[in-house]
Each structure stands twice: as structure tokens, then as C-alpha cells.
Design a binder for this molecule. Sequence first.
Ligand code: GDP
Ligand code: MG
Length: 223
Amino acid sequence: MIPHTEPEYILKTILVGDSKVGKTSFLNLLQNNICLKTNTTLGVDFANLYFNINDTCIKMNVWDTAGQERFITIVRSYFRNICGIILMFDVSKPETFVNLKKWMNIIEYENICSHKHPILLIGNKNDLINNIDNNQLNKFISKYNVIYREISCKKQTPLEESMTLFIGTILKTLNVNDCNGMMTCQDSFRSSFSLKYNDDDDNDDNDDDDKKWYTASKCCILS
Ligand code: GDP
Ligand code: MG
């Protein structure tokens, strides 16, 4: 991990899919493969990942449903203020593929932005026998216009290329002023500052506070 520069953008994303498809394993793999910091709270799995793409440092928050994927009302609350979705199924279990339709309904229903958010579809467990109908899969990919990658968390498939493509698509597709799930560093500092100090004025000349926030957010090179 090479400390590099401050993040320019902060992207909030969620990781969803049926129980046992490998979401927690995926989050762990991301954390182990890619330079990162983690914040884990009981009941909420959450990772902060730092990427350097074309010399722009990006911080991505990935929220996992932490075993609560069966409680739809709880899951719905995860969809607030996001700019991208990682949707996962298990290639050895066709029912988890069939259920993607249900996940897409939630994704579309919960979207309060005027645009669609980029989706990275992950077919996990490709170390096992693949029981998914290829035609159905291709239809799904083109119907919902998702990026698709097949991986094995068990075999530790490298994830840099998929994540770089996913982030690149978010940055290309969405505008930081229109999407609630994207913030610039300065916006994020302002909102945490006003929440913490209940101070609505936009006085961000306080160098000490700036310094505190920035020291907690170093970036590193992805290679
Ligand atoms: P979650 O419920 O979606 O968070 O799924 P978990 O990450 O807890 O994984 C469920 C089970 O699948 C665990 O026993 C994992 O060890 C296993 N698992 C996860 N990824 C893979 C994989 O790529 N291949 C295989 N064979 N098993 C996996
Ligand atoms: Mg889990």
C-alpha cells in the first residue's frame, strides 16, 4: 500500500444478492487484494476502498447487507444515496440467478435519482459446476445493461480490472451534482462538519478540521 494523494470523489455503493452467494467473501477478497482500509461495525459490513484511476484518487464505500438480505425492509434502507450496485449470484445455484429479477425490481423501485446507477453483476463460485443457462444470462446482461464478471472468491480471482471498469463507468455515466451517491471530498467534509457541529454556515476555512478529515483519508496506488 503506497500512500499517495487525497480522494477527489467518494462513491457509495451496495453489495446485494441472495444469502450465501458469497457477498461477505467478496468484500473480504476486495479488502485483501486491493489497497484499503476497513471499518467494520457489528451488524453492518462496510469497506472503504481506495483506487487510483487516471491519477484521480477515488474512495469507494461498499455496504454489505451483513446477513440481513432476507429482511427486505432493512435491505431497502441500504439503497439510499448510492451511485452504484454490485449484484451477486452463485453460478452453481440457478435459484440465485432467478432471484436476480427480484433484486432488479428492488433496485429499480428504490432508485430516487433521475438516472440509472451502473451495476456490476458478479457470478461467484466459478470453481464449482456452472448451472446457469448461458442464453438466459446473456439476455439478463443486455436487458439490464450490466457489467458482468465471473469470479471465484475461493480461488481469489483478481478484482482490480472489474472494479476499475465499474468505477470508470460510474464516473463516466453520472454527474457528481446530480447523483446523491457521489460526493466530492469537500462536500463530504461539509456534510460531516455540519452534522457533527450542527453548524450550517459554509465556513470551511477551519484548517485544523480540514486536516483532521484529510489525514483519515489517504489514497494508494492500484497496481
Ligand atoms: P453471503 O451470505 O452472501 O455473505 O455469503 P458468504 O460470503 O458468507 O459465503 C457463503 C458460503 O459460500 C461460505 O461457506 C463461503 O466459504 C462459500 N463461498 C464463498 N465464495 C465461494 C467461492 O467462490 N467458491 C466456493 N466453492 N465457495 C464459496
Ligand atoms: Mg454475508
